[in-house]
Each structure stands twice: as structure tokens, then as C-alpha cells.
Write a protein that binds this ligand. Structure first.
Ligand code: AHR
Length: 503
């Protein structure tokens, strides 16, 4: 049995919980859009062709903001292909994923879907094959009230009011050689700065995201951020970060510690951005838009990758997630929350079917993958301020990250309701843990309002079409609170959330 403890205090505030931490991502890729969110022939389809079952699960997931329309897709996308009468829209070759894009869903349809889902949209412009003018054009179509060619065109397409999109991503992963229009940091930094200046001239309220590296293992990581920001620091608000994790060579111990890597990644990007700020003698602080993160069995996909025969909505990277994946996802959310002072937006990639918490079958059901649960519970329970946790407890050895803590935790305190919520993972492969959390500093008596643990004796257990609720969080009956201390027992490889409320 492991033993771990920490003490919470309402003054140990890191930052308010940013609702945008609970973002997701819809890319025109595989079956995320077509037969994911949109399937006019599906029994649950609404009057606009959107699957009501997927919409309901999106709401239940607690998604706040959705990045759209890509991803690698956006770097070859012509946004104007997706507006106007459906019959006039061109079918195009989609080069990022080698499929056919029918353009049945475009920006007007997606905005309608977003309204129904109750989510904000983070719009990515194409800075791969396109540039400043197209970014201005799509902004005019989306956000200009009326009286110009493109805003009036939007109105003739049925959207009288501008969409008022605030966050714009200035391209996607342009450091990656796989990206259409791949650029050097200097080429991209100049283009990002020029595009940002133009968008701000049109609309001073936009919030702009410059592309950081597409991963911390890129050979140009940090140098890319540094060079891009030398050129664009004053013009942008965010630098992006992308990270995907998977178990490599069966090394589950390292995989379970993926959040250690995410912590290091975030802190490296912050340090790099701040060093540029210091060199530029700027008082401004950028924050991170962690706009792609998740577990992705990338090696498995690369090994089996087939170039599709220009199919519409082929099955691409439909990873099926297990218990260990859900614990890692829960831990990555702990890492994102812990950095709420500098990570103010984050998007789990993606929403449906493609490396996604929601799965759907054409003409069939939609269901929650294991990773759905920690996301939904964290989004629902993380309220108010994020509190710093200094955890005392055991550690274990990993091949990839050295010695790492066996447990990891973060907490939130909602000053309005007085509720305190603890999110904690036990990464040990074999040992349960006894957790003690001091809460006396809040000066009130608590009771357990709810406590959930996701764990299973079979770490490979997964939710499938035939058994969609095989893995769900269960009430943790071991949790109790008395005399200013919360106690709970945490099974090996588990994710837990416990909400305390005033008696
Ligand atoms: O989310 C899948 C892909 O991963 C995105 O299109 C790309 O931006 C990233 O490499």
C-alpha cells in the first residue's frame, strides 16, 4: 500500500479555471465530420443533417470550444468551397489525408452545429497554400456585420448576424515537413505577423494563435518558437502546443507518466516565450493554446497506414481506448489545469471517431470511449480557482522519464459554492494508495458530495459498439472526510475525482 498526502489552502491559487481548457477539435478528416457529427440519413439526424446522438454526447462531454476545420486539412483548404448552395459545391482532392472532400459541410453548417452543441468555435485559417488575403476574406465572411461583399454573401446564405468568432489559429503545424506549405520559422514568423496585423486592422478584438512546434520531439523545437515569436510576439496572444502520447514497446510505466512530459513541454514553451518577451523588453505575457493533445496509437497507425483511394470519409485512426488510456487522459487534464496560469485554451484531438472520446457508426449507435469519462467529469467538476498541490508520496522508475511521482493531483476551489474538488491519479501498476488531503485551511466542515474512480482489473478493457459501458467511473465508497482531512483509497492505475461540499 502506498501513502500520499497534501494540504490544500484557498490562498494557494494558481489561476481561475479557464473554461477553454475543455476544448475539442473537429477536423475534416476520416469520419470526424461525415458520419461523425453529420449524417443526414442517420435515424437521429436533425433538420440540418446533424446526428442528435453525437450532439447529445458532445454536450455531456462538457466541451467549451471546438477548433475547426483542421489540422493538416486546413493547410490545403479553400473555405469558399464550403459556402452557398450544396449542389454547387466542388468535390476536391484532400491531400493531407488523401481522401475526397465533398464540402457538404462548410463554415455555415459548422457554425449551426456549434450553436446546437453550445460551443465556441476556434477557427484555423490556411497559411499553408494561402495567405493574408484569404485570412482576411474568411474573417470578413465570418465576422463582418454587413454591407461588404463577403458579409452580405453570408447574409444571403442565411446568417444575418456575424458569427463573432474570437480565436483564430494562424495556420497549423507549419514546422512539419508533412504540412502543405511547410515553412521555415522565419518564413512562418513573418507570415504569421503579417496575417495577425491584417486581422487586427479588421477586428481589434480577435485573439490570435501562432503555431508552435507540432511536438516537443521536433528537431527544431524551441528554436522554432523562439524565431517565430521574435517576429510575431507583439502581434499574437497565444503560441500553440501539440502533444500525443502512446505506450511504446509495451512500456506502460512510462506511458502512465505521460503528464510528466506534458508538464515539461508546457514549462519549456513558457520559458522560451518569456525569454523572447524579455529580449523584446515586452511586459506582455503570451499564453499557450494547447490545441491538440490526446492519446494516439501513432506507431500502430504508421505501421498499417494505407493511402486511401480518394474515398469520402474513409476510416482513419479510429483508436479504441482502454482503461490505461483513460487514466493517462485524466492525468493530462491534471497537467493542463495545473498550468492554468499559462495554458488558457486546450483542445483534445479530436471529437468523434478520429482519435476521439466519442465513437459513432454510420447508421448505427454512438458511444462513449473510456477517455470520455475523465474529460466529462473534469469539465463538470473543475470550477473556480485551480489550487497548487505539493504532493508528498512515493515515486517509481520509468525508462523514458526517470524517477516520477506515483501519484499526481490538482484541486479546484469554487469560491461561489465553497466546493473543493480533488483530481488524482495513482500511476502505480501494482499498488493501491491511501491518500490524505488536509482541508482544514478552508475553515468549514465538509462532506463528500460525489467521488468517482475509473479503474479496472483489466487495463485493456475498452468500450465497444457491443459493450459501450464496459468501462465507466464508479462511486468510490472509500472516500471520507473528517476533522479537516479527506481520505480515500485509490486502486492501482486509477483516476479519481472527489468533490467536497460544505455540511
Ligand atoms: O489530429 C490529427 C492530426 O495531428 C492533425 O491534423 C495535425 O495537426 C496533427 O499532426
Amino acid at each position: 500500500m502506498l501513502h500520499a498526502s497534501f494540504r490544500l489552502d484557498p490562498t494557494f491559487t494558481i489561476a481561475p479555471v479557464s473554461r477553454r481548457t475543455f476544448g475539442s477539435f473537429v477536423e475534416h478528416m476520416g469520419r470526424c465530420v461525415y458520419t461523425g457529427i453529420y449524417e443526414p440519413s442517420h435515424p437521429t439526424a436533425d433538420e440540418d443533417g446533424f446526428r442528435r446522438d453525437v450532439l447529445a454526447l458532445t454536450r455531456e462531454l462538457g466541451v467549451s470550444v471546438v477548433r475547426y476545420p483542421g489540422g493538416n486539412f486546413v493547410s490545403g483548404y479553400r473555405w469558399e468551397d464550403g459556402i452557398g448552395p450544396a449542389a454547387d459545391r466542388p468535390v476536391r482532392r484532400e491531400l493531407a489525408w488523401h481522401s475526397l472532400e465533398t464540402n457538404e459541410v462548410g463554415i455555415d453548417e459548422f457554425m449551426r452545429w456549434a450553436q446546437k452543441a453550445g460551443v465556441e468555435v476556434m477557427y484555423a485559417v490556411n497559411l499553408g497554400t494561402r495567405g493574408v488575403q484569404e485570412a482576411l476574406d474568411v474573417h470578413e465572411y465570418l465576422n463582418h456585420p454587413s454591407g461588404t461583399r463577403l458579409s452580405d454573401l453570408r447574409r444571403t446564405h442565411g446568417s444575418e448576424k456575424p458569427y463573432g468568432i474570437r480565436m483564430f489559429c494562424l495556420g497549423n503545424e507549419l514546422d512539419g515537413p508533412w504540412q502543405l506549405g511547410h515553412k521555415t520559422a522565419i518564413e512562418y514568423g513573418r507570415l504569421a505577423a503579417e496575417t495577425a496585423r491584417a486581422l487586427r486592422a479588421a477586428d481589434p478584438d480577435v485573439e490570435l494563435v501562432a503555431c508552435g512546434s507540432s511536438g516537443s520531439s521536433m528537431p527544431t523545437f524551441a528554436a522554432w518558437e523562439s524565431q517565430v515569436l521574435e517576429l510575431a510576439y507583439d502581434e499574437v496572444d497565444y503560441i500553440s502546443a501539440h502533444a500525443y502520447y502512446e505506450p511504446l514497446d509495451g512500456d506502460l510505466a512510462s506511458f502512465l507518466a505521460s503528464a510528466v512530459d506534458m508538464d515539461h513541454f508546457v514549462e519549456s514553451v513558457v520559458a522560451t516565450a518569456d525569454s523572447v518577451g524579455a529580449r523584446l523588453k515586452s511586459r506582455k505575457k503570451l499564453t499557450i493554446s494547447f490545441d491538440e493533445w490526446n492519446v494516439w496509437y501513432l506507431k500502430r497507425w504508421e505501421a498499417t497506414r494505407k493511402t486511401s483511394e480518394w474515398a469520402v470519409a474513409p476510416r482513419v485512426i479510429e483508436d479504441c481506448y482502454n482503461v490505461a488510456d483513460a487514466v493517462v487522459v485524466g492525468n493530462l487534464l491534471i497537467s493542463l489545469l495545473r498550468h492554468s496560469d499559462r495554458v488558457t485554451a486546450a483542445c483534445q484531438a479530436q471529437l468523434v471517431n478520429v482519435i476521439a472520446p466519442i465513437r459513432s457508426e454510420p447508421g448505427g449507435p454512438a458511444w462513449r470511449q473510456t477517455i470520455f469519462h475523465p474529460f466529462a467529469l473534469t469539465s463538470r467538476l473543475a470550477k473556480g480557482d485551480v489550487l497548487r498541490v505539493e504532493l508528498r508520496g512515493p515515486s517509481y522508475e520509468t525508462a523514458r522519464f526517470g524517477t516520477v511521482p506515483s501519484l499526481d493531483a490538482v484541486a479546484t476551489h469554487d469560491p461561489e459554492s465553497g466546493d473543493v474538488t480533488v483530481f488524482v491519479v495513482n500511476r502505480s501498476l501494482s499498488e493501491p494508495a491511501d491518500l490524505a488531503v488536509g482541508v482544514a485551511a478552508f475553515g468549514r466542515r465538509f462532506r463528500i458530495a460525489e467521488s468517482w474512480t475509473l479503474a479496472d482489473d483489466d487495463l485493456t478493457a475498452a468500450n465497444t459498439e457491443d459493450d459501450p459501458d464496459r468501462v465507466t467511473p464508479k462511486p468510490n465508497a472509500t472516500a471520507w472526510v473528517e476533522e479537516g482531512e479527506l481520505h480515500a483509497s485509490l486502486p492501482p492505475v486509477s483516476w479519481t475525482a472527489i468533490r467536497l461540499t460544505q455540511v
